[in-house]
Design a protein around this ligand. Structure first.
Ligand code: ARG
Length: 467
């Protein structure tokens, strides 16, 4: 007999039962479901809706279920469709018909919404911590390699040399925005839907503020129909996760390129790579590749839920059950990526000699030579042309700018003097850019300090939030 079987004359078709059940995946909400039920039943007692002795027995029963869940001895049955009815069935089996009073003034529609809010709030807090740890790994790597210069690219063509620290910190600031987005989304996750009932509220004199306080929610939904049919908070999470994965995917792509023989800028730790079943020499950057690849499924989950939502009339529709698997998978995918990335960054080796050679053997100092002529009075546009011709001259002769004689330079412009060679050194090129936000060592040191104080503020705010 189903918990809702009264109106039915036949058992559910077995295939229908399997098709409509969500217990296979929403069992992940079991702890939140119990937490929500405990707050709900305490409220029913406080408001005089249930006698205290019933409340005490139900609380005892729920606590026993929590112990069994933690011990891993709680079973789930597809015949009871979802986590909510499995739990209610367990409760009634355990304490008898009084367990059937738990669902007073409540519907699965507000119950499932509550579970999702509780679940996602906890996960977002964990994700924010993992994110901060990856940010710390980036800051540490930047600090360790403050003297290392790498080619900077535009169009994946050598552009201007930059500090490796500058390059890594660019990702730090992307992750700052990701953290800010998640913290902002958390405000909408931190909202309490219970009390909405099926859609219209309830006839019982419930105390929604009490439940919100018990569960630590900052706000309540002001409209019961909105409360049961809103999934914006999950969409925001999926959107934020998509952008975050996109950032990790871009960094993955760079680590993959940089660890190739063609670049040879870094070596990823053996512990973060795998081999080939046929080619004995291979060491593949699988973690970075998989993070790049798994970005696709996170985008997919965002598009999936947006599409589920787009035609839904108010209020609850069974379609909403499709909100869960993508959310769970996004949480798992994101947490896995963040943990592995922090380790990968902490253990990667930077090939300093290769990088020193790379930045010495290109034309990425050409802008600085043009700026040199500008400082001697030539309009920038003309300086650009002079240096362009010089580069072409070099390319045709397989030489670099620092290998030409002063006489050769003078054939292109008589503004050139012996001091021109000073501006060509990669270190000089980098340190000439000491403007705020630039790659000069001084500017990057300041940037590092800002990054560290951002991290310190974040953990300070978190400590305050928790206490
Ligand atoms: N398993 C359902 C879900 O995940 C719970 C709510 C079901 N409500 C209902 N009226 N069928 O959405």
């Amino acid at each position: 007999m189903k918990l809702w079987g009264g109106r039915f004359t036949k058992p559910t078709d077995r295939l229908v039962e399997e098709y409509t059940a969500s217990i296979g995946f929403d069992r992940r909400l079991a702890a939140e479901d119990l937490e929500g039920s405990l707050a709900h039943v305490k409220m029913l007692g406080r408001c005089g809706i249930l006698p205290e002795e019933d409340v005490a027995r139900i609380v005892e029963g729920l606590e026993e279920l929590r112990r069994r869940l933690e011990a891993g001895t709680l079973t789930f049955d597809v015949a009871h469709e979802d986590v909510h009815m499995n739990m209610e069935k367990h409760l009634i089996d355990l304490i008898g018909p009084v367990g059937g009073k738990l669902h007073t003034g409540r519907s699965r529609n507000d119950q499932v919404a509550l579970d999702m809010h509780l679940y996602l709030r906890r996960e977002v807090d964990e994700i924010l911590e993992l994110l901060a740890d990856l940010q710390r790994a980036l800051v540490e790597a930047a600090e360790r390699h403050l003297d290392v210069i790498v080619p900077g690219y535009t169009h994946l063509q050598r552009a201007q040399p930059v500090l490796l620290a500058h390059h890594l910190l660019a990702y730090f600031w992307m992750l700052v925005r990701d953290a800010e987005r998640l913290r902002d989304a958390r405000k909408r996750i931190d909202m309490m839907p219970l009390g909405a009932g099926a859609l219209a509220g309830t006839t019982f004199p419930i105390d929604r503020e009490f439940v919100a306080r018990e569960l630590g929610f900052a706000r309540l939904y002001e409209n019961s129909m909105d409360a049961v049919s809103d999934r914006d908070f999950i969409l925001e999470f999926l959107a934020d996760a998509s952008i975050l994965m996109m950032h990790l995917s871009r960094l993955s792509e760079e680590l993959i390129l940089w660890s190739s023989a063609e670049f040879g800028f870094i070596e990823l730790d053996d512990a973060y790579c795998t081999g080939s079943s046929i080619m004995p020499q291979k060491k593949n950057p699988d973690v970075a590749e998989l993070v790049r690849g798994k970005t696709g499924r996170v985008y997919g989950h965002l598009m999936g839920l947006l599409t589920v939502m787009k035609g839904l009339p108010l209020a609850y529709n069974k379609d909403l059950q499709e909100d869960k698997e993508g959310m769970f998978d996004t949480v798992d995918t994101l947490k896995g990526a963040l943990v592995l990335f922090a380790g990968m960054i902490r253990t990667m080796q930077v090939r300093r000699e290769r990088l020193a050679r790379a930045v010495a053997e290109d034309f990425s100092n050409a802008t600085d030579l043009a700026d040199y002529l500008v400082r001697k009075g030539l309009p920038f546009r003309q300086a650009h042309e002079v240096i362009g011709k010089l580069v072409l001259h070099c390319v045709r002769r397989s030489r670099y700018l620092n290998e030409l004689s002063l006489e050769e330079y003078r054939e292109f412009s008589d503004l050139f003097e012996a001091d021109l060679y000073e501006v060509l050194d990669p270190r000089r090129v980098v340190d000439a850019r000491n403007v705020r936000g630039g790659t000069g060592t001084g500017a990057v040191r300041e940037q590092l300090e800002k990054a560290k104080s951002w991290l310190a503020d974040g953990s300070e705010a978190e400590r305050r939030g928790r206490s």
